[in-house]
Design a protein around this ligand. Structure first.
Ligand code: HEC
Length: 499
């Protein structure tokens, strides 16, 4: 069977060629960072494809479809894995680069492998940046706005690049589409091609091996199965850590992007904290230094390392300059990140509090139903509001929007101190008979909802709304508003009501 395939395709000998590779000095756990990065990349591609099944890129659906993903177990788990996988991938690329740097493995003839590697780091960062915008929540919006504005300040092509990436003068659907296209098509394609080149160059030159005065004296080890086993084991550990983090600390979804809420303090992804910090330490007149000049120079120096390092051997002692500069750069990056983290946290503590995730998701559920969100529904939105499958609940959403939302708010959260919330209010979901009574006859006097006191006047709707509309709106506030999931009420129930 294998011979039959081999004689027609050559696949078997190709696989053998691929697996046969000498490892100078033997297989080692020191060499797993590159393959673990490839593993993380594949994990990102697989989980990313799955997420595109649910995500709908437009200003009206990006956040809604993300909220849908958040409220469903498997999609949410995949999203959490994708989220931590991104961090893992960037951390692994960085560790891999650091190791090559310390070992001097970039030295001739591997200069181009180094250059391709540094470009791959940039591609990974662009993937992180573009992915950050996609949930279209407050943080995604304002953090991306900072990045876009910085791009716009770059000399010469800056404003044009900002215009293209943003898709016009302001952030909106086109921005989401551009970022989406870059995130799921352009950068992954570029990345896969560059990884191919990176590996091809690697095979051409062979592994650099440990730092030894005479590499020819090293005993060779085998790639298959020795190194493959170590690589596989390391990838397994990386996977276990990512999944554990996905369970312990899933990503947080903020309220939907609201461009008018300029008091919001955005928080960048951790791998951009150092750049944010740099921007904070320089005076505003020198912003360009922090946003463009220093990062560009830094990048050029990193790319040029194989040519800047004039030593003839790879030994650490011969490369003191490189090692010391690496340590200085690392300390600066970590220091700036910590500083940036603390200054953002201080600003956030001073800013008005953001809603909790439960509130955000309750809002997601009601906006998905409310006719105010008459915009094309997210692919998931219809299912997210599964109770909406009951036509009474869907009709109730319309009654609610025109009669109740003015006081109880579109998301059913009420108004603190004045109007009680209906979303998450146990009175609403408990006894349907009592709710019918409130709707028909109104309500006044002191009440307590989830520990908060209210004392206002709820108008009577008998005579204003038909029994049918009252049944519909009760069905909606009981079974479609926010997290409420109680039974519907029929027109007959309302007609039969006796105090
Ligand atoms: C003019 C503002 C206003 C409008 C409009 C309004 N409500 Fe109310 N609603 C209130 C206030 C105020 C209370 C609290 C009454 C109290 O303190 O006893 C209340 C209470 C309620 C309660 C009881 C909550 C509890 O925990 O006891 C329900 C149920 C309710 N409203 C549903 C509705 C529905 C459904 C509509 C639309 C048909 C609606 N309300 C329209 C102001 C309003």
């Amino acid at each position: 069977m294998l011979n039959w395939i081999e004689s027609r395709t050559g696949f078997i000998s190709m696989t053998k060629d691929f697996l046969v590779e000498d490892i100078p000095g033997g297989a080692s756990y020191w060499y797993v960072f590159g393959s673990a990065t490839v593993f993380a990349m594949i994990l990102q591609i697989v989980t990313g494809i799955f997420l595109t099944f649910f995500y709908a890129p437009s200003a009206n659906t990006a956040w809604e479809s993300t909220a849908w993903i958040y409220t469903h177990y498997w999609p949410h788990l995949i999203l959490a894995i994708h989220y931590w996988g991104a961090s893992a991938m960037i951390a692994l690329v960085f560790l891999h680069l650091l190791q090559v740097l310390v070992w001097g493995a970039y030295k001739s003839p591997r200069e181009l492998q180094w250059v391709v590697g540094v470009i791959l780091l940039l591609v990974t960062l662009v993937l992180g940046l573009t992915g950050y915008l996609l949930p279209w929540d407050m943080n995604a919006y304002f953090a991306s706005q900072v990045a876009l504005n910085i791009t716009g300040t770059a000399p010469i092509a800056g404003p044009l690049i900002q215009q293209i990436a943003q898709g016009g003068g302001a952030m909106g659907t086109e921005t989401i589409n551009r970022f989406f296209g870059i995130h799921v098509w352009l950068m992954p394609a570029v990345m896969v091609l560059l990884v191919g080149a990176h590996l091809a160059i690697f095979r051409w030159n062979g592994p650099a091996g440990p730092v030894a005065e005479d590499p020819r004296k090293l005993k060779n080890g085998r790639f298959w199965p020795d190194q493959m086993f170590m690589d596989g084991f390391a990838s397994l550990i990386v996977f276990a850590i990512i999944v554990a983090l996905a369970f312990i600390s899933p990503p947080f979804l903020d309220a939907k992007a609201d461009p008018t809420n300029t008091a919001f303090i955005p928080y960048p992804a951790w791998y951009f904290l150092a750049l944010f910090g740099l921007l904070n330490v320089v005076p505003p007149s020198l912003d360009l230094l922090a946003t463009i000049v220093v990062p560009t120079l830094f990048l050029l120096v990193v790319i040029a390392i194989p040519w800047l390092d004039r030593s003839t051997t790879r030994s650490l002692s011969a490369r003191g300059g490189i090692i010391v500069s690496t340590i200085v750069a690392l300390v600066a990056i970590v220091g700036l990140s910590i500083y940036s983290q603390e200054s953002i946290q201080a600003k956030q503590a001073a800013a008005p509090p953001s809603p909790t995730e439960a509130q955000v998701l309750a809002m997601a559920n009601s906006t998905a139903l409310a006719p105010a969100a008459a915009a094309p529904a997210a692919p998931g939105a219809a299912t997210a509001s599964a109770p909406g499958a009951n036509p009474l609940v869907a009709a109730g959403a319309t009654v609610y929007a025109s009669n109740c939302a003015g006081c109880h708010a579109a998301n059913g959260m009420g108004q603190p101190g004045a109007i009680p919330p209906l979303a998450g209010n146990p009175f609403v979901t408990a006894n349907p008979h009592a709710v019918i009574g409130v709707l028909l006859d109104g309500k006044n006097g002191a009440i307590t909802v989830n520990g908060a006191a209210f004392n206002g006047q709820m108008p009577a709707w008998k005579g204003t709304l038909s029994n049918k509309d009252i049944a519909a709106v009760i069905s909606y506030i009981r079974g479609g508003l926010g997290p409420n999931k109680a039974s519907a009420v029929t027109e007959a129930d309302v007609a039969a009501y006796k105090p």
